[in-house]
Write a protein that binds this ligand. Sequence first.
Ligand code: PPS
Length: 303
Amino acid sequence: MADKSKLIDYIDEALEKSKETALSRLFFTYQGIPYPVTMCTSETFQALDTFEARSDDIVLASYPKCGSNWIVHIISELISADSKKKYEYSEFPVLECGDPEKYQRMKQFPSPRILATHLHYDKLPGSIFKNKVKILVIFRNPKDTAVSFFHFHNDVPNIPSYGSWDEFFSQFMKGQVSWGSYFDFAINWSKHLDDENVKFILYEDLKKNLATGIKQIAEFFGFSLTGEQIQTISAHSTFQAMRAKSQETHGAIGPFLFRKGEVGDWKNLFSETQNQQMDEKFKECLAGTSLGARLKYESHCQA
Ligand SMILES: Nc1ncnc2c1ncn2[C@@H]1O[C@H](COP(=O)(O)OS(=O)(=O)O)[C@@H](OP(=O)(O)O)[C@H]1O
């Protein structure tokens, strides 16, 4: 993310608000979805309805904890390499977070603008579709996503914590967490993965072969870079490289945000019963769907 200080300022402000917020008061509901009061407001959601997307904006859609900061970093590196100019983003990149005036300020920003979002497909502003904006959708297996989400709450000082992993798991399964249910998000997106201007990418595939993933992302957004440039971006985008710079890029929260970056960490927390519950839920919501197959659930969540 390019304008680090603005980003860190925004994160620090959210952490400051979190200090005074008990878990029981963390969420407010907007159009049926719970959001954290520390990051979102209904005024900003109302203003978002009038947001004017540009055809050359870059939308990065993901459920929380599926690698949004990773992809934002990769895209900003691609833009910088392509334009030979360091990508500057003077706004917190998550579209729905911040004050309602941010959309006015964003009108002044040069193209391409990076618009990260955790919104469900049907909550995205209409201008994204009207103007045929390209959308990269990032998914991660639900077990590791839940574990990452839990650690974020319970490891970061000042963010409201859960009493235990079991308590968090139960809320996650009910969708009573920030940005709502992973499974609703997935079901909502699953019908649109093959739409024009949409590309799907899996966290676990990117982790396994970063350079190939970056090349595919570059092709989708029309950046023509050399193999050497792709290799350089790849070296800057490993978990180790990003974690090493995380305090510089994200402030005090950095090492918590770039926590472990592994596939299969769920094995350290899930009980047998929780495994069964998640496997059932996956079956009920996604078995037989194209997203269900693309998530490679058997390899990443049952092996
Ligand atoms: N480069 C790289 N490689 C592998 N994994 C990475 C990378 N960058 C971020 N991450 C991991 O992504 C998790 C955080 O996801 P998000 O950035 O989407 O979090 S947030 O919702 O925006 O707060 C979080 O996962 P966990 O480590 O499992 O907690 C990060 O470590």
